[in-house]
Structures are given as structure tokens and as C-alpha cells.
Design a protein around this ligand. Structure first.
Ligand SMILES: NC(=O)c1ccc[n+]([C@@H]2O[C@H](COP(=O)([O-])OP(=O)(O)OC[C@H]3O[C@@H](n4cnc5c(N)ncnc54)[C@H](OP(=O)(O)O)[C@@H]3O)[C@@H](O)[C@H]2O)c1
Length: 243
């Protein structure tokens, strides 16, 4: 395995729909072969694979619940056999089922932490064994993680994303000597957000006065792939949301 091989393989968790799908397509156009990790959206995953094939790149989809350690291990054993390398891992799974902290169901807590945080770690753990020099991990966060503050609604989600930031920095420090970079990109209010305020009110929440596009996020991902001296950072791509 060498960082100079022509073929590059990117894995995107939660890749079949929405932001994950957009990232898969944009990475395919950058020349990556794509492994789409999905959990339930099989039709979307299949249509995405067809769409990437039509561009001339390789792609395949694997059904994995990332919250299950054994399923992640099995998927990466398959990736090791079939692809032999992982040049880029994007941990995009990020479930958000907001409840007020005074009514936060422990089952929701467990599900959020296991998918958003433990699942990301399981994927990092296995991907790193297959990553050549020059490899990248990009974790998808949430704007405004810097500085601990109260988030009554969606506490489990914010805890998972804060943990992911701590993990990002630790892995960046731990793997820098292998020239593997680990960074985070944090959206704020994307145009498809379930919490999106009305267009005429968004300026109250987002200083730049608009919701984020999927292109805004992929632009930051591409920046990080180009920026070979950048590791351990979190980039809020959020128009100033939660500054
Ligand atoms: N949208 C926003 O406004 C916004 C704002 C801030 C941050 N973000 C972050 O951006 C990322 C993408 O957001 P999104 O709104 O596009 O995500 P999403 O639609 O909520 O979820 C993306 C995919 O994650 C997959 N998934 C969930 N649990 C899984 C599991 N246990 N194992 C494997 N796959 C699982 C689902 O796949 P299946 O459909 O196959 O089940 C889903 O399609 C997330 O990390 C989110 O926290 C988004």
C-alpha cells in the first residue's frame, strides 16, 4: 500500500442521502472510488452507485449499522479484501432527535452516542489500519462546539459532536507522524435542516443571512484535502451561526 498509487478510495458513512450523498458525488468527481456506507436507504444507495458509475468511477455500497462494532469490523474486513486501502474516511453519520434535557430518554441517549460517536471511532479504528501516508479522516461536526455551553435541546447530539471533536484532535496528534490528517467540518443551519427558521428570520440566527448549501460543506472538505499542512482543526461552515 502506498500513498502514490493512482487509485484512491473514499468511504462515506451515512452516504446514501442528503449531505453524505452530495459528498460522495463530489469526491467521485475529484477522482476517488467510493464506498457508500448506509443503514436503511438501500434504494438511494443503489441509485447513487449507478450515478457514480456513470461518471466512470468505481463505487459500491455496504449496509452497516455503525453503532454495531461487529458490523463495522466485518465491513472493513470486506474493504481490506476488495479495496486494500482507505485514503479518506468521512464520518458523516449524525443522528439528531432533539428532546429537552429534562425529558431525555436514556434509549435516545444511547442510540445517539453509539451511532454518532462510538460508530465514528469504530470506523476510524479500522480505516487507520488501511490508510497510507497522506490519508485523511474528516469528521462532520456541528457549528459552535468550541467552548462548553448549555444545549438543553439535543444534549445527547451536542455531547456526541463534542466528543467527536475531542476524538478528531486526539487522532490528529496520534497519527501525524504517519502523515495521516484528521480534521472536522461543522455545518450550522443547512438548507435541508429540520430546524431551519423561515427565510425572513434566518438572519436572527445566522449572521451571514442565509442557510448553508451542500456545496458550502463540500468546499470545506476539498479545502482540507488540499491543505496538507492542516490537521486537528475544526472548520465551522455556518455563516457565523452560534458564534
Ligand atoms: N442537516 C443539517 O442542517 C446539519 C446541521 C449541522 C450538522 N449536520 C451534520 O451533518 C451530517 C449529515 O447531516 P444530514 O442531515 O445529511 O444527516 P441525516 O440525513 O440525519 O443522516 C445521514 C444518514 O446517516 C445514516 N445513519 C444514521 N444512523 C446510522 C447508523 N447507525 N449506521 C449507519 N448509517 C446511519 C442514515 O442512513 P440510512 O438512511 O441508510 O439509514 C442517514 O441517511 C451529520 O453528521 C449532521 O450531524 C447537519
Amino acid at each position: 500500500m502506498s500513498g502514490t498509487d493512482a487509485r484512491r478510495v473514499a468511504i462515506v458513512t451515512g452516504g446514501a442521502r442528503r449531505l453524505g450523498r452530495h459528498l460522495c458525488l463530489s469526491l467521485a468527481s475529484r477522482g476517488y472510488d467510493i464506498v457508500v456506507i448506509y443503514r436503511a436507504s438501500e434504494d438511494d444507495a443503489r441509485s447513487l452507485v449507478r450515478e457514480i458509475h456513470a461518471t466512470g468511477r468505481k463505487a459500491r455500497a455496504i449496509r452497516v449499522d455503525v453503532a454495531h462494532r461487529a458490523q463495522v469490523a466485518k465491513a472493513f474486513a470486506d474493504i481490506a479484501r476488495t479495496d486494500g486501502r482507505v485514503d479518506l474516511l468521512i464520518n458523516n453519520v449524525g443522528n439528531y432527535n432533539p428532546q429537552d434535557v429534562t425529558r431525555l430518554d436514556p434509549e435516545v441517549w444511547d442510540a445517539t452516542i453509539s451511532a454518532n460517536l462510538s460508530g465514528a471511532y469504530y470506523c476510524c479504528y479500522h480505516a487507520l489500519t488501511l490508510m497510507p501516508e497522506g490519508g485523511n479522516i474528516i469528521n462532520i461536526g456541528m457549528a459552535g462546539l468550541e467552548g462548553i455551553r448549555a444545549n438543553r435541546r439535543g444534549t445527547d447530539y451536542f455531547v456526541s459532536k463534542t466528543g467527536l471533536l475531542v476524538l478528531t484532535r486526539a487522532l490528529a496528534a496520534g497519527y501525524a507522524t504517519r502523515q495521516v490528517r484528521v480534521n472536522m467540518v461543522s455545518p450550522g443551519q443547512l438548507e435541508n435542516s429540520i430546524d431551519l427558521p423561515p427565510e425572513n428570520e434566518i438572519g436572527q440566527w445566522v449572521p451571514l443571512g442565509r442557510s448553508g448549501t451542500l456545496d458550502d460543506i463540500s468546499q470545506a472538505v476539498h479545502y482540507l484535502l488540499d491543505a496538507t499542512y492542516v490537521t486537528g482543526v475544526n472548520i465551522d461552515v455556518a455563516g457565523g451561526y452560534r458564534l
